[in-house]
Write a protein that binds this ligand. Sequence first.
Ligand code: HEM
Ligand code: HEM
Ligand code: FE2
Length: 455
Amino acid sequence: MKYKSQKVAYWFFALSMLLIVLQITYGFIMGFAHMGYDGLHEIIPFNVARATHNNLLVVWLLSGFMGAAYYIIPEESQNELVSVKLAYVQLITLALVGVTAVIGFHFNWWEGRKFLEIPRPLDYLVVINVLTFLGIILVTLFKGKKQSTTAMVLTMGLVFAALLYLPGMIWFDSQAMDSFFRWWVVHLWVEGVWELIMGGILAFLLIKLTGVDREVIEKWLYVIVGLTFLSGILGTGHHYYYIGAPEYWLIIGGIFSALEPLAFLAMALFALHMYRKGGKKHPNKIAIFWTLGSAIVSFVGAGLLGLAHTLPAVNMYTHGTLVTAMHGHLAFWGAYGMIVFAMIAYALPQLTGRKLFNNPMGLYAFWLSLIGMVGMTVAFGVAGVAQVYLERKMGLDFMVAQIEIEVHFFVLILCATMFATGVGLFIANFLKYGQPNDEAIGQENDDFGSLETSD
Ligand code: HEM
Ligand code: HEM
Ligand SMILES: [Fe+2]
Protein backbone atom coordinates (compact mmCIF):
# COMPACT_ATOMS: atom_id res chain seq x y z
CA MET A 1 0.00 0.00 0.00
CA LYS A 2 1.15 3.54 -0.61
CA TYR A 3 -0.62 5.39 2.19
CA LYS A 4 -0.77 4.54 5.85
CA SER A 5 -4.43 5.44 6.17
CA GLN A 6 -5.39 2.76 3.65
CA LYS A 7 -5.08 0.31 6.54
CA VAL A 8 -8.60 1.31 7.62
CA ALA A 9 -9.89 -0.65 4.63
CA TYR A 10 -8.76 -3.91 6.23
CA TRP A 11 -11.20 -3.56 9.13
CA PHE A 12 -14.13 -2.82 6.84
CA PHE A 13 -13.25 -5.98 4.90
CA ALA A 14 -13.04 -7.92 8.17
CA LEU A 15 -16.53 -6.70 9.18
CA SER A 16 -17.74 -7.70 5.75
CA MET A 17 -16.41 -11.26 6.23
CA LEU A 18 -18.00 -11.55 9.65
CA LEU A 19 -21.40 -10.48 8.35
CA ILE A 20 -21.36 -12.76 5.30
CA VAL A 21 -20.93 -15.72 7.66
CA LEU A 22 -24.05 -14.62 9.54
CA GLN A 23 -25.92 -13.99 6.28
CA ILE A 24 -25.15 -17.49 5.05
CA THR A 25 -26.25 -18.98 8.37
CA TYR A 26 -29.69 -17.42 7.95
CA GLY A 27 -29.72 -18.62 4.32
CA PHE A 28 -29.36 -22.19 5.59
CA ILE A 29 -32.14 -21.66 8.14
CA MET A 30 -34.44 -20.67 5.27
CA GLY A 31 -33.17 -23.39 2.97
CA PHE A 32 -34.04 -26.05 5.58
CA ALA A 33 -37.39 -24.38 6.28
CA HIS A 34 -38.20 -24.62 2.54
CA MET A 35 -37.32 -28.33 2.73
CA GLY A 36 -39.84 -28.78 5.52
CA TYR A 37 -37.38 -28.70 8.42
CA ASP A 38 -38.48 -25.55 10.19
CA GLY A 39 -37.44 -26.57 13.72
CA LEU A 40 -36.32 -23.06 14.67
CA HIS A 41 -39.68 -21.56 13.72
CA GLU A 42 -40.63 -20.55 17.26
CA ILE A 43 -37.42 -18.55 17.73
CA ILE A 44 -36.63 -17.51 14.16
CA PRO A 45 -39.75 -17.49 11.96
CA PHE A 46 -39.22 -17.35 8.19
CA ASN A 47 -39.93 -13.61 7.91
CA VAL A 48 -37.29 -12.85 10.53
CA ALA A 49 -34.74 -15.09 8.81
CA ARG A 50 -35.43 -13.44 5.46
CA ALA A 51 -35.21 -9.86 6.76
CA THR A 52 -31.96 -10.77 8.52
CA HIS A 53 -30.53 -12.54 5.43
CA ASN A 54 -31.35 -9.63 3.10
CA ASN A 55 -30.22 -6.82 5.38
CA LEU A 56 -26.99 -8.55 6.35
CA LEU A 57 -26.33 -8.90 2.64
CA VAL A 58 -26.73 -5.16 2.12
CA VAL A 59 -24.58 -4.30 5.14
CA TRP A 60 -21.70 -6.65 4.25
CA LEU A 61 -21.69 -5.33 0.71
CA LEU A 62 -21.75 -1.71 1.91
CA SER A 63 -18.96 -2.45 4.35
CA GLY A 64 -17.00 -3.97 1.43
CA PHE A 65 -17.68 -0.93 -0.77
CA MET A 66 -16.61 1.42 2.03
CA GLY A 67 -13.42 -0.58 2.56
CA ALA A 68 -12.79 -0.41 -1.19
CA ALA A 69 -13.29 3.36 -1.16
CA TYR A 70 -10.99 3.83 1.83
CA TYR A 71 -8.36 1.87 -0.07
CA ILE A 72 -8.87 3.36 -3.54
CA ILE A 73 -9.47 7.05 -2.82
CA PRO A 74 -6.13 7.78 -1.06
CA GLU A 75 -4.25 6.02 -3.83
CA GLU A 76 -6.13 7.67 -6.70
CA SER A 77 -6.13 11.15 -5.15
CA GLN A 78 -2.58 10.83 -3.79
CA ASN A 79 -3.61 11.94 -0.36
CA GLU A 80 -3.91 10.32 3.09
CA LEU A 81 -7.48 9.97 4.38
CA VAL A 82 -8.31 13.22 6.14
CA SER A 83 -9.35 11.57 9.39
CA VAL A 84 -8.47 7.99 10.20
CA LYS A 85 -9.98 8.30 13.68
CA LEU A 86 -13.34 9.32 12.28
CA ALA A 87 -13.19 6.41 9.83
CA TYR A 88 -12.80 3.98 12.75
CA VAL A 89 -15.70 5.64 14.58
CA GLN A 90 -17.73 5.23 11.40
CA LEU A 91 -16.78 1.54 11.20
CA ILE A 92 -17.81 0.83 14.78
CA THR A 93 -21.10 2.70 14.51
CA LEU A 94 -21.89 0.92 11.23
CA ALA A 95 -21.36 -2.42 12.99
CA LEU A 96 -23.47 -1.32 15.98
CA VAL A 97 -26.40 -0.15 13.83
CA GLY A 98 -26.25 -3.39 11.84
CA VAL A 99 -26.21 -5.59 14.94
CA THR A 100 -29.04 -3.59 16.57
CA ALA A 101 -31.17 -3.95 13.45
CA VAL A 102 -30.59 -7.71 13.31
CA ILE A 103 -31.41 -8.18 17.00
CA GLY A 104 -34.48 -5.94 16.53
CA PHE A 105 -35.81 -8.16 13.72
CA HIS A 106 -35.86 -11.07 16.17
CA PHE A 107 -38.16 -9.07 18.46
CA ASN A 108 -40.46 -8.03 15.63
CA TRP A 109 -38.97 -4.52 15.44
CA TRP A 110 -39.07 -3.98 11.70
CA GLU A 111 -40.93 -2.16 8.92
CA GLY A 112 -41.81 -5.17 6.78
CA ARG A 113 -40.80 -3.78 3.38
CA LYS A 114 -38.37 -6.16 1.67
CA PHE A 115 -34.80 -4.81 1.90
CA LEU A 116 -35.97 -1.71 3.82
CA GLU A 117 -36.99 -3.52 6.98
CA ILE A 118 -34.70 -1.43 9.21
CA PRO A 119 -36.91 0.56 11.64
CA ARG A 120 -37.12 4.33 11.16
CA PRO A 121 -35.00 5.45 14.16
CA LEU A 122 -32.13 3.30 12.91
CA ASP A 123 -32.57 4.77 9.41
CA TYR A 124 -31.55 8.15 10.80
CA LEU A 125 -28.43 6.62 12.33
CA VAL A 126 -27.61 5.02 8.96
CA VAL A 127 -27.92 8.47 7.35
CA ILE A 128 -25.51 10.02 9.88
CA ASN A 129 -23.09 7.14 9.43
CA VAL A 130 -23.09 7.37 5.66
CA LEU A 131 -22.72 11.17 5.75
CA THR A 132 -19.62 10.75 7.91
CA PHE A 133 -18.23 8.24 5.45
CA LEU A 134 -18.96 10.48 2.47
CA GLY A 135 -17.46 13.48 4.27
CA ILE A 136 -14.15 11.66 4.74
CA ILE A 137 -14.11 10.40 1.15
CA LEU A 138 -15.10 13.69 -0.49
CA VAL A 139 -12.68 15.88 1.48
CA THR A 140 -9.84 13.40 0.88
CA LEU A 141 -10.61 13.29 -2.85
CA PHE A 142 -10.96 17.03 -3.41
CA LYS A 143 -8.00 18.00 -1.21
CA GLY A 144 -5.90 15.44 -3.07
CA LYS A 145 -3.55 16.07 -6.00
CA LYS A 146 -5.72 14.30 -8.58
CA GLN A 147 -9.38 13.56 -9.20
CA SER A 148 -9.24 10.64 -11.61
CA THR A 149 -12.26 9.44 -13.57
CA THR A 150 -12.09 6.14 -11.68
CA ALA A 151 -12.23 7.89 -8.31
CA MET A 152 -14.98 10.23 -9.49
CA VAL A 153 -17.21 7.41 -10.79
CA LEU A 154 -16.74 5.45 -7.57
CA THR A 155 -17.50 8.52 -5.44
CA MET A 156 -20.50 9.51 -7.59
CA GLY A 157 -21.90 6.02 -7.09
CA LEU A 158 -21.47 6.29 -3.33
CA VAL A 159 -23.02 9.78 -3.14
CA PHE A 160 -26.03 8.80 -5.29
CA ALA A 161 -26.49 5.60 -3.27
CA ALA A 162 -26.75 7.72 -0.12
CA LEU A 163 -29.24 10.11 -1.74
CA LEU A 164 -31.35 7.26 -3.04
CA TYR A 165 -31.75 5.85 0.46
CA LEU A 166 -34.03 8.80 1.25
CA PRO A 167 -37.12 7.97 -0.90
CA GLY A 168 -37.48 4.82 1.21
CA MET A 169 -37.86 7.00 4.31
CA ILE A 170 -40.90 8.97 3.08
CA TRP A 171 -44.11 7.99 4.81
CA PHE A 172 -47.14 7.05 2.66
CA ASP A 173 -50.59 5.88 3.67
CA SER A 174 -51.07 4.19 0.30
CA GLN A 175 -49.33 0.87 -0.20
CA ALA A 176 -49.09 1.45 -3.96
CA MET A 177 -47.24 4.75 -3.39
CA ASP A 178 -45.00 3.16 -0.79
CA SER A 179 -44.18 0.34 -3.18
CA PHE A 180 -43.58 2.81 -6.03
CA PHE A 181 -40.90 4.68 -4.07
CA ARG A 182 -39.43 1.56 -2.44
CA TRP A 183 -38.20 0.68 -5.91
CA TRP A 184 -36.35 3.99 -6.17
CA VAL A 185 -34.14 2.59 -3.46
CA VAL A 186 -33.98 -1.10 -4.32
CA HIS A 187 -33.96 -0.94 -8.12
CA LEU A 188 -32.04 2.31 -8.60
CA TRP A 189 -29.41 0.99 -6.23
CA VAL A 190 -28.68 -2.37 -7.83
CA GLU A 191 -29.47 -1.45 -11.43
CA GLY A 192 -28.20 2.12 -11.28
CA VAL A 193 -25.81 3.68 -8.85
CA TRP A 194 -24.27 0.51 -7.42
CA GLU A 195 -23.21 -0.25 -10.98
CA LEU A 196 -21.15 2.94 -10.83
CA ILE A 197 -19.53 1.69 -7.63
CA MET A 198 -18.87 -1.64 -9.32
CA GLY A 199 -17.57 0.12 -12.46
CA GLY A 200 -15.22 2.29 -10.37
CA ILE A 201 -13.80 -0.66 -8.43
CA LEU A 202 -13.54 -2.72 -11.63
CA ALA A 203 -11.65 0.08 -13.44
CA PHE A 204 -9.25 0.48 -10.50
CA LEU A 205 -8.57 -3.25 -10.39
CA LEU A 206 -8.10 -3.49 -14.15
CA ILE A 207 -5.65 -0.58 -14.12
CA LYS A 208 -3.66 -2.35 -11.40
CA LEU A 209 -3.95 -5.90 -12.67
CA THR A 210 -3.62 -5.63 -16.45
CA GLY A 211 -1.18 -2.75 -16.81
CA VAL A 212 -3.34 -1.25 -19.59
CA ASP A 213 -3.22 2.57 -19.78
CA ARG A 214 -5.57 4.38 -17.47
CA GLU A 215 -6.86 6.51 -20.38
CA VAL A 216 -8.08 3.46 -22.27
CA ILE A 217 -9.74 1.90 -19.25
CA GLU A 218 -11.41 5.13 -18.19
CA LYS A 219 -12.79 5.74 -21.70
CA TRP A 220 -14.70 2.46 -21.41
CA LEU A 221 -15.94 3.45 -18.02
CA TYR A 222 -17.83 6.35 -19.61
CA VAL A 223 -19.56 3.92 -21.98
CA ILE A 224 -20.66 1.76 -19.04
CA VAL A 225 -21.95 4.73 -17.06
CA GLY A 226 -23.88 5.94 -20.13
CA LEU A 227 -25.47 2.55 -20.80
CA THR A 228 -26.35 2.12 -17.13
CA PHE A 229 -28.25 5.40 -16.91
CA LEU A 230 -29.85 5.05 -20.34
CA SER A 231 -31.44 1.71 -19.49
CA GLY A 232 -31.53 1.54 -15.71
CA ILE A 233 -33.52 4.66 -14.83
CA LEU A 234 -36.61 3.94 -16.90
CA GLY A 235 -35.96 0.23 -16.40
CA THR A 236 -37.45 0.82 -12.93
CA GLY A 237 -40.72 0.32 -14.80
CA HIS A 238 -40.24 -3.48 -14.65
CA HIS A 239 -41.37 -3.24 -11.02
CA TYR A 240 -44.43 -1.14 -11.82
CA TYR A 241 -46.38 -3.63 -13.93
CA TYR A 242 -48.74 -5.00 -11.31
CA ILE A 243 -48.53 -2.78 -8.24
CA GLY A 244 -51.21 -0.24 -9.17
CA ALA A 245 -49.00 2.13 -11.21
CA PRO A 246 -50.32 3.51 -14.56
CA GLU A 247 -50.47 1.10 -17.50
CA TYR A 248 -47.87 2.92 -19.61
CA TRP A 249 -45.20 1.40 -17.38
CA LEU A 250 -45.81 -1.95 -19.08
CA ILE A 251 -44.29 -0.69 -22.32
CA ILE A 252 -41.69 1.67 -20.80
CA GLY A 253 -40.50 -0.90 -18.26
CA GLY A 254 -40.52 -3.67 -20.86
CA ILE A 255 -38.42 -1.80 -23.42
CA PHE A 256 -35.88 -0.11 -21.15
CA SER A 257 -35.28 -3.02 -18.83
CA ALA A 258 -34.75 -5.28 -21.84
CA LEU A 259 -31.83 -2.93 -22.68
CA GLU A 260 -30.27 -3.22 -19.22
CA PRO A 261 -28.23 -6.34 -19.99
CA LEU A 262 -26.21 -4.18 -22.42
CA ALA A 263 -24.54 -2.35 -19.53
CA PHE A 264 -23.56 -5.67 -17.94
CA LEU A 265 -22.43 -7.05 -21.31
CA ALA A 266 -20.27 -3.96 -21.78
CA MET A 267 -18.77 -4.53 -18.33
CA ALA A 268 -17.90 -8.17 -19.16
CA LEU A 269 -16.44 -7.33 -22.59
CA PHE A 270 -14.54 -4.43 -21.04
CA ALA A 271 -12.90 -6.64 -18.43
CA LEU A 272 -12.05 -9.45 -20.86
CA HIS A 273 -10.75 -7.08 -23.50
CA MET A 274 -8.51 -5.22 -21.04
CA TYR A 275 -7.21 -8.52 -19.66
CA ARG A 276 -6.27 -9.72 -23.15
CA LYS A 277 -4.84 -6.34 -24.11
CA GLY A 278 -2.57 -6.15 -21.06
CA GLY A 279 0.72 -7.64 -22.23
CA LYS A 280 2.03 -8.35 -18.77
CA LYS A 281 0.04 -10.10 -16.14
CA HIS A 282 0.03 -9.18 -12.48
CA PRO A 283 1.33 -12.03 -10.30
CA ASN A 284 -1.78 -11.92 -8.11
CA LYS A 285 -3.71 -14.25 -10.41
CA ILE A 286 -6.47 -14.96 -7.96
CA ALA A 287 -7.38 -11.26 -7.86
CA ILE A 288 -7.65 -11.40 -11.68
CA PHE A 289 -9.95 -14.45 -11.38
CA TRP A 290 -12.31 -12.61 -9.02
CA THR A 291 -12.24 -9.44 -11.14
CA LEU A 292 -13.01 -11.11 -14.46
CA GLY A 293 -15.38 -13.50 -12.68
CA SER A 294 -17.41 -10.63 -11.31
CA ALA A 295 -17.75 -8.96 -14.70
CA ILE A 296 -18.82 -12.21 -16.40
CA VAL A 297 -21.08 -13.65 -13.67
CA SER A 298 -22.89 -10.32 -13.28
CA PHE A 299 -23.74 -10.44 -16.97
CA VAL A 300 -25.24 -13.91 -16.52
CA GLY A 301 -26.96 -13.33 -13.16
CA ALA A 302 -28.15 -9.76 -13.62
CA GLY A 303 -28.23 -9.35 -17.40
CA LEU A 304 -29.45 -12.71 -18.70
CA LEU A 305 -31.43 -13.98 -15.71
CA GLY A 306 -32.89 -10.48 -15.23
CA LEU A 307 -33.95 -10.44 -18.87
CA ALA A 308 -35.56 -13.85 -18.37
CA HIS A 309 -38.42 -12.38 -16.30
CA THR A 310 -38.42 -8.73 -17.24
CA LEU A 311 -41.10 -8.70 -19.95
CA PRO A 312 -44.62 -8.00 -18.61
CA ALA A 313 -46.07 -11.18 -20.09
CA VAL A 314 -43.51 -13.32 -18.27
CA ASN A 315 -43.40 -11.27 -15.08
CA MET A 316 -47.17 -11.65 -14.72
CA TYR A 317 -46.49 -15.29 -13.82
CA THR A 318 -43.09 -15.14 -12.16
CA HIS A 319 -43.49 -11.99 -10.03
CA GLY A 320 -42.50 -12.58 -6.41
CA THR A 321 -41.83 -16.30 -6.87
CA LEU A 322 -38.63 -18.28 -6.42
CA VAL A 323 -37.75 -17.29 -10.01
CA THR A 324 -36.99 -13.88 -8.49
CA ALA A 325 -34.78 -15.52 -5.85
CA MET A 326 -32.96 -17.41 -8.63
CA HIS A 327 -32.04 -14.13 -10.33
CA GLY A 328 -31.44 -12.26 -7.05
CA HIS A 329 -28.78 -14.71 -5.88
CA LEU A 330 -26.60 -14.88 -9.00
CA ALA A 331 -26.98 -11.15 -9.72
CA PHE A 332 -25.99 -10.05 -6.23
CA TRP A 333 -23.19 -12.55 -5.97
CA GLY A 334 -21.73 -11.87 -9.44
CA ALA A 335 -22.00 -8.12 -9.51
CA TYR A 336 -21.43 -7.07 -5.94
CA GLY A 337 -20.27 -10.05 -3.88
CA MET A 338 -17.53 -11.02 -6.30
CA ILE A 339 -16.29 -7.46 -6.87
CA VAL A 340 -15.91 -7.04 -3.08
CA PHE A 341 -14.02 -10.36 -2.97
CA ALA A 342 -11.88 -9.18 -5.92
CA MET A 343 -10.99 -5.99 -4.07
CA ILE A 344 -10.08 -7.94 -0.94
CA ALA A 345 -8.02 -10.46 -2.92
CA TYR A 346 -6.09 -7.57 -4.48
CA ALA A 347 -5.74 -5.45 -1.34
CA LEU A 348 -4.70 -8.07 1.25
CA PRO A 349 -1.17 -8.64 -0.07
CA GLN A 350 -0.77 -4.87 -0.38
CA LEU A 351 -2.01 -4.16 3.14
CA THR A 352 -0.08 -6.90 4.89
CA GLY A 353 3.01 -7.15 2.70
CA ARG A 354 2.48 -10.93 2.58
CA LYS A 355 2.24 -12.52 -0.83
CA LEU A 356 0.05 -15.48 -0.08
CA PHE A 357 -1.85 -15.32 -3.35
CA ASN A 358 -2.30 -18.12 -5.85
CA ASN A 359 -2.25 -20.81 -3.18
CA PRO A 360 -4.59 -23.80 -3.66
CA MET A 361 -6.89 -22.55 -0.89
CA GLY A 362 -7.55 -19.32 -2.80
CA LEU A 363 -8.32 -21.19 -6.01
CA TYR A 364 -10.66 -23.65 -4.26
CA ALA A 365 -12.39 -20.69 -2.62
CA PHE A 366 -13.06 -19.16 -6.03
CA TRP A 367 -14.27 -22.30 -7.80
CA LEU A 368 -16.28 -23.83 -4.96
CA SER A 369 -18.15 -20.61 -4.25
CA LEU A 370 -18.79 -20.01 -7.95
CA ILE A 371 -19.97 -23.54 -8.78
CA GLY A 372 -21.97 -23.66 -5.54
CA MET A 373 -23.75 -20.40 -6.35
CA VAL A 374 -24.48 -21.47 -9.94
CA GLY A 375 -25.93 -24.71 -8.56
CA MET A 376 -28.05 -22.80 -6.06
CA THR A 377 -29.31 -20.63 -8.89
CA VAL A 378 -30.36 -23.68 -10.88
CA ALA A 379 -32.10 -25.16 -7.82
CA PHE A 380 -34.01 -21.91 -7.19
CA GLY A 381 -34.88 -21.78 -10.90
CA VAL A 382 -36.27 -25.31 -10.98
CA ALA A 383 -38.24 -24.73 -7.78
CA GLY A 384 -39.43 -21.37 -9.12
CA VAL A 385 -40.68 -22.70 -12.44
CA ALA A 386 -42.48 -25.56 -10.65
CA GLN A 387 -44.02 -23.00 -8.28
CA VAL A 388 -45.23 -20.85 -11.21
CA TYR A 389 -46.98 -23.82 -12.85
CA LEU A 390 -48.54 -25.15 -9.66
CA GLU A 391 -49.55 -21.87 -8.07
CA ARG A 392 -50.15 -19.50 -10.95
CA LYS A 393 -51.23 -21.87 -13.75
CA MET A 394 -53.05 -24.58 -11.81
CA GLY A 395 -54.27 -22.32 -9.03
CA LEU A 396 -52.96 -24.32 -6.07
CA ASP A 397 -52.86 -22.52 -2.75
CA PHE A 398 -49.48 -20.85 -1.99
CA MET A 399 -48.57 -23.21 0.85
CA VAL A 400 -49.83 -26.32 -0.95
CA ALA A 401 -47.51 -25.48 -3.87
CA GLN A 402 -44.62 -24.84 -1.45
CA ILE A 403 -44.96 -28.36 -0.04
CA GLU A 404 -44.90 -29.84 -3.54
CA ILE A 405 -41.59 -28.14 -4.33
CA GLU A 406 -39.83 -28.98 -1.04
CA VAL A 407 -37.84 -31.69 -2.81
CA HIS A 408 -35.86 -29.15 -4.88
CA PHE A 409 -34.38 -27.65 -1.76
CA PHE A 410 -32.31 -30.75 -1.12
CA VAL A 411 -30.15 -29.79 -4.12
CA LEU A 412 -30.18 -26.19 -2.97
CA ILE A 413 -28.74 -27.19 0.41
CA LEU A 414 -26.09 -29.36 -1.26
CA CYS A 415 -24.97 -26.53 -3.53
CA ALA A 416 -25.20 -24.00 -0.70
CA THR A 417 -22.84 -26.22 1.32
CA MET A 418 -20.37 -26.11 -1.55
CA PHE A 419 -20.77 -22.33 -1.78
CA ALA A 420 -20.33 -21.88 1.96
CA THR A 421 -17.19 -24.07 1.89
CA GLY A 422 -15.73 -21.77 -0.78
CA VAL A 423 -16.51 -18.67 1.24
CA GLY A 424 -15.09 -20.40 4.33
CA LEU A 425 -11.80 -21.04 2.51
CA PHE A 426 -11.66 -17.42 1.37
CA ILE A 427 -12.06 -16.32 4.98
CA ALA A 428 -9.44 -18.83 6.14
CA ASN A 429 -7.05 -17.23 3.64
CA PHE A 430 -8.07 -13.79 4.90
CA LEU A 431 -7.14 -14.84 8.43
CA LYS A 432 -3.85 -16.34 7.22
CA TYR A 433 -2.77 -12.98 5.85
CA GLY A 434 -3.00 -11.49 9.33
CA GLN A 435 -3.40 -7.81 10.08
CA PRO A 436 -2.01 -4.85 8.09
CA ASN A 437 1.65 -4.32 8.55
CA ASP A 438 3.41 -0.95 8.73
CA GLU A 439 6.35 -2.41 6.83
CA ALA A 440 4.08 -2.74 3.82
CA ILE A 441 3.56 1.04 3.67
CA GLY A 442 5.19 2.68 0.71
CA GLN A 443 5.94 -0.63 -0.96
CA GLU A 444 4.93 -0.94 -4.58
CA ASN A 445 3.53 -4.40 -4.81
CA ASP A 446 2.30 -4.08 -8.38
CA ASP A 447 5.71 -4.79 -9.77
CA PHE A 448 4.81 -7.09 -12.64
CA GLY A 449 6.94 -10.14 -12.83
CA SER A 450 9.16 -9.54 -9.82
CA LEU A 451 6.80 -10.87 -7.18
CA GLU A 452 7.09 -14.42 -6.05
CA THR A 453 4.15 -16.54 -5.13
CA SER A 454 4.08 -18.94 -2.25
CA ASP A 455 1.64 -20.82 -0.08
C1 HEM B 1 -25.63 -20.76 1.87
C2 HEM B 1 -26.01 -19.80 1.20
C3 HEM B 1 -27.43 -19.32 1.00
C4 HEM B 1 -28.63 -19.95 1.12
C5 HEM B 1 -28.91 -21.38 1.55
C6 HEM B 1 -29.65 -19.00 0.76
C7 HEM B 1 -31.02 -19.25 0.78
C8 HEM B 1 -31.99 -18.31 0.58
C9 HEM B 1 -33.41 -18.55 0.70
C10 HEM B 1 -34.03 -19.90 1.03
C11 HEM B 1 -34.03 -17.38 0.45
C12 HEM B 1 -35.54 -17.11 0.54
C13 HEM B 1 -36.27 -17.35 -0.71
C14 HEM B 1 -37.73 -17.11 -0.43
O1 HEM B 1 -38.13 -15.94 -0.39
O2 HEM B 1 -38.46 -18.07 -0.22
C15 HEM B 1 -33.02 -16.39 0.16
C16 HEM B 1 -33.28 -15.09 -0.18
C17 HEM B 1 -32.33 -14.24 -0.69
N1 HEM B 1 -30.95 -14.45 -0.70
FE1 HEM B 1 -30.02 -16.12 -0.12
N2 HEM B 1 -29.05 -17.83 0.43
C18 HEM B 1 -27.69 -17.98 0.55
C19 HEM B 1 -26.72 -17.05 0.29
C20 HEM B 1 -26.96 -15.83 -0.31
C21 HEM B 1 -25.95 -14.94 -0.82
C22 HEM B 1 -24.45 -15.18 -0.72
C23 HEM B 1 -26.60 -13.90 -1.40
C24 HEM B 1 -26.05 -12.71 -2.12
C25 HEM B 1 -24.93 -12.62 -2.66
C26 HEM B 1 -28.03 -14.11 -1.21
C27 HEM B 1 -29.01 -13.25 -1.63
C28 HEM B 1 -30.35 -13.42 -1.38
C29 HEM B 1 -31.36 -12.49 -1.81
C30 HEM B 1 -31.13 -11.20 -2.59
C31 HEM B 1 -32.60 -13.00 -1.38
C32 HEM B 1 -33.98 -12.38 -1.62
C33 HEM B 1 -34.48 -12.99 -2.89
C34 HEM B 1 -35.78 -12.40 -3.36
O3 HEM B 1 -35.88 -11.18 -3.41
O4 HEM B 1 -36.71 -13.14 -3.69
N3 HEM B 1 -28.20 -15.29 -0.54
N4 HEM B 1 -31.78 -16.99 0.24
C1 HEM C 1 -26.57 -6.50 -10.30
C2 HEM C 1 -27.71 -6.21 -10.72
C3 HEM C 1 -28.99 -6.76 -10.19
C4 HEM C 1 -29.27 -7.23 -8.92
C5 HEM C 1 -28.36 -7.30 -7.72
C6 HEM C 1 -30.66 -7.64 -8.95
C7 HEM C 1 -31.33 -8.17 -7.85
C8 HEM C 1 -32.70 -8.31 -7.79
C9 HEM C 1 -33.45 -8.62 -6.60
C10 HEM C 1 -32.85 -8.88 -5.21
C11 HEM C 1 -34.76 -8.64 -6.92
C12 HEM C 1 -35.94 -8.84 -5.97
C13 HEM C 1 -36.30 -7.50 -5.44
C14 HEM C 1 -37.51 -7.46 -4.55
O1 HEM C 1 -38.46 -8.20 -4.82
O2 HEM C 1 -37.50 -6.67 -3.60
C15 HEM C 1 -34.85 -8.33 -8.34
C16 HEM C 1 -36.02 -8.25 -9.04
C17 HEM C 1 -36.08 -8.10 -10.42
N1 HEM C 1 -35.01 -7.93 -11.28
FE1 HEM C 1 -33.11 -7.72 -10.76
N2 HEM C 1 -31.19 -7.42 -10.19
C18 HEM C 1 -30.19 -6.90 -10.99
C19 HEM C 1 -30.28 -6.57 -12.33
C20 HEM C 1 -31.40 -6.80 -13.12
C21 HEM C 1 -31.48 -6.58 -14.53
C22 HEM C 1 -30.33 -6.08 -15.40
C23 HEM C 1 -32.75 -6.90 -14.93
C24 HEM C 1 -33.38 -6.89 -16.30
C25 HEM C 1 -32.80 -7.13 -17.38
C26 HEM C 1 -33.48 -7.29 -13.74
C27 HEM C 1 -34.79 -7.66 -13.69
C28 HEM C 1 -35.51 -7.85 -12.55
C29 HEM C 1 -36.97 -7.98 -12.51
C30 HEM C 1 -37.92 -7.95 -13.68
C31 HEM C 1 -37.32 -8.14 -11.16
C32 HEM C 1 -38.73 -8.29 -10.57
C33 HEM C 1 -39.03 -9.70 -10.23
C34 HEM C 1 -40.41 -9.84 -9.66
O3 HEM C 1 -41.35 -9.29 -10.26
O4 HEM C 1 -40.57 -10.53 -8.66
N3 HEM C 1 -32.63 -7.23 -12.67
N4 HEM C 1 -33.58 -8.15 -8.85
FE1 FE2 D 1 -35.12 -3.83 -11.13
